[in-house]
Design a protein around this ligand. Structure first.
Ligand code: ADP
Length: 241
């Protein structure tokens, strides 16, 4: 697959190259009468083609941050911009459209549909977005070949290894050519060698497509291989040197 075929974006203009921005994002949860401020004035810019590690202890707010960035939840204060578009004032339909077209998700457990093949799992989100089956399956095939799964197109998830399942999940996440790829411990369930292989595939895809990726991980080896590392301290996003 060529770069053009996987590509979504990439221009010379820094503002246009800004894929994901958080400005003054605050999020509080109320439990048992107590308020917990998990995010408080969180600021972040991630550019097209950039791979950012989110490294923080359990309970620090990584999932909360990914949910805000992925429009799965709304901040109490502040704004999330996807490709320059402010998202807080949008209605449910428009948020769903942005989530479907501009954001891809990869979870620790692949969450592929068990009764469908690898090819169908990657084609389905494109068909839901309105593409004809033949077109969606052709792109799915190209993406799976790019992930070195060309010989596994008709395998169902249960017939694939853990690393292969995650590579299908990554192909599925970028099937609609999103601006932003969000991943919560995408290799947390894999042995170190497989984890490294899956990460390399993901990184190559980020570089080739121009999607930006924000990956929560506990794996410092992988974090070191990303462009930047960020953490959460008292609800704020801090760059790790
Ligand atoms: P991480 O992903 O870094 O482990 P989370 O974002 O899942 O952290 O959670 C951060 C904190 O917010 C935790 O203390 C958690 O208990 C709390 N929390 C998360 N979701 C909710 C919720 N829906 N209601 C109340 N508290 C929550």
């Amino acid at each position: 697959m060529t770069m053009e075929q996987v590509s979504t974006v990439a221009t010379g203009n820094p503002q246009e190259n800004l894929a994901l921005s958080l400005r003054g994002v605050a999020k509080r949860y109320f439990e048992g009468g107590q308020g917990l401020e998990i995010l408080s004035g969180a600021e972040l810019d991630v550019y097209n083609g950039e791979l950012v590690a989110l490294v923080a202890p359990s309970g620090a707010g990584k999932s909360t941050l990914l949910h805000m960035a992925g429009l799965l939840d709304s901040p109490d204060e502040g704004e999330v911009y996807i490709g320059g578009q402010a998202c807080s004032g949008l209605g449910d339909n428009e948020r769903t459209r942005i989530r479907r077209m501009d954001i891809g998700f990869v979870y620790q457990f692949h969450q592929l549909l068990p009764e469908f093949s690898a090819l169908e799992n990657v084609a389905l989100p494109q068909m839901i977005a309105g593409l004809k089956r033949a077109v969606a399956e052709e792109r799915a095939k190209q993406l799976l070949e790019y992930m070195r799964l060309g010989a596994r197109l008709s395998h169902r998830p249960a017939q694939l290894s853990g690393g292969e399942q995650q590579r299908v999940a990554i192909a599925r996440a970028v099937a609609n050519g999103p601006r932003v790829l969000l991943a919560d411990e995408p290799t947390g369930n894999l042995d170190p060698t497989t984890s490294s292989y899956v990460f390399d595939a993901l990184k190559a895809l980020v570089r080739a497509s121009g999607v930006c990726a924000l990956l929560a991980t506990h794996n410092m080896e992988l974090a070191k291989r990303m462009d930047r590392r960020i953490t959460l301290r008292q609800g704020k996003i801090v760059e790790l040197k």
